[in-house]
Ligand binder design. Structure first.
Ligand code: WQD
Length: 338
């Protein structure tokens, strides 16, 4: 069974390729290498022993997308990770985000709509909820006005897929709303490539821990939470990857209840920034140098997932604890620095 993974050399994409190969899928990767490296292929092979096919394609080039599907008529499923994902950058460069995240999605859906049957998994985000009113956040929580063009592309992406599924019954899609992905494969063969200054918390913690960064700035200590710092649902990237395979199999085996479904992917547990720091200190045995500074504009106070729907319907549950995920992130950091 041939599956296309766009953005398959990226952080979540590469971990999902490994889990797909573990389940015997024949994977072909498209990646434009804008935020990844072809060396990730070596990491995947080191884990599974199978080198996935890889094509360097910019999905913004419509003719290239058409050509790919003309050459790979046996692709039955697509897991679509390829997108720009930096919240701050999206505010400065909205058109880059709308072209790259929306234009490419439309081209993929046009090709899939031509097939007599297609299964499509979309990489969405809890960012669509904004600051939800109730915790834990359920899938029927209202989608709020996006705080950034990045978040808007996830909301628009879901709507585009839902509208297309309404008129293309042969297209079956699932949107997976990630909470906060972190960590790395236990083999330390793949992980989050450190490109530039990390925007996300966990890579900044591990780079501070290894001495690459002087000090972690904790953005805000006056939130209405247990210790004044923001609450997030940190989920191990391998747990997240496994959920993608389960969701794809649900569609391939026609177990879906509708041809467009949405699932939250989180652990169901919220952790504050200080709790994440304490987790790092536990697993590394090192004291982390941090300072509480002003809030970061656009941050919400709290977000953690209701996992009920994914548990009950997908039969999936995150297995790793925060410490296990943080340990894998720390081991990856040490590996790439040595
Ligand atoms: C987590 C917490 C920060 C860095 C974003 C996107 C989401 C997804 C994940 C792509 C917040 C605090 C962070 C630092 C800090 N991205 N923090 N110091 O903002 O919850 O989610 O990334 O899919 O869609 O919205 O993640 O890791 O940036 O921040 O104090 O140096 O850590 O304020 O409370 P976020 P994050």
């Amino acid at each position: 069974m041939k599956v296309l993974v766009t953005g398959g050399l990226g952080f979540i994409g590469s971990h999902t390729v490994v889990e797909l190969q573990n389940k015997g899928f024949n994977v072909v990767i498209i990646d434009d290498l804008s935020n990844s490296s072809e060396k990730v292929l070596d990491g995947i092979v080191a884990i599974t022993g199978v080198k996935p096919a890889f094509e360097k394609i910019d999905l913004k080039e419509k003719s290239k997308v058409e050509d790919f599907f003309a050459r790979h008529t046996d692709v039955q499923g697509v897991i679509h990770f390829a997108a720009s994902k930096a919240v701050g950058e999206s505010v400065e460069k909205p058109l880059l985000y709308y072209e790259n995240n929306i234009g490419t999605l439309v081209y993929l859906l046009k090709e899939l709509s031509k097939k007599d049957k297609a299964s499509f998994i979309f990489s969405s985000s809890c960012t669509v909820y904004g600051q939800a009113d109730k915790m834990p956040i359920t899938e029927d929580a209202p989608v709020k006005t996006a705080e950034s063009p990045y978040g808007n592309t996830k909301q628009m992406g879901e709507e585009i897929i839902a509208d297309t599924c309404k008129v293309v019954p042969s297209l079956n899609a699932i949107a997976l709303r990630y909470f906060n992905p972190m960590g790395a494969h236990p083999s330390t063969e793949i992980g989050e490539l450190p490109i530039g200054v990390p925007q996300n918390l966990v890579p900044f913690i591990t780079q501070t821990g290894i001495g690459m960064r002087e000090q972690l700035s904790v953005f805000g200590g006056d939130y209405p939470t247990s210790d004044g710092t923001c609450v997030r649902d940190y989920i191990h990237v391998v747990d997240l990857a496994k959920a993608h395979v389960i969701a794809l199999e649900r569609l391939l085996e026609h177990k879906n209840d509708a041809n467009y479904e949405v699932f939250n992917l989180g652990t169901g547990t919220g952790s504050t920034v200080l709790e994440a720091i304490q987790s790092f200190e536990r697993v590394s045995g090192k004291k982390l140098n941090y300072e509480i500074v002003d809030r970061r504009p656009g941050d919400i106070t709290s977000a953690y997932a209701s996992t009920e729907k994914a548990n009950k319907i997908l039969g999936w549950k995150a297995e790793s604890t925060l410490d296990e995920a943080m340990k894998s992130a720390w081991e990856w950091e040490q590996k790439i620095r040595n």
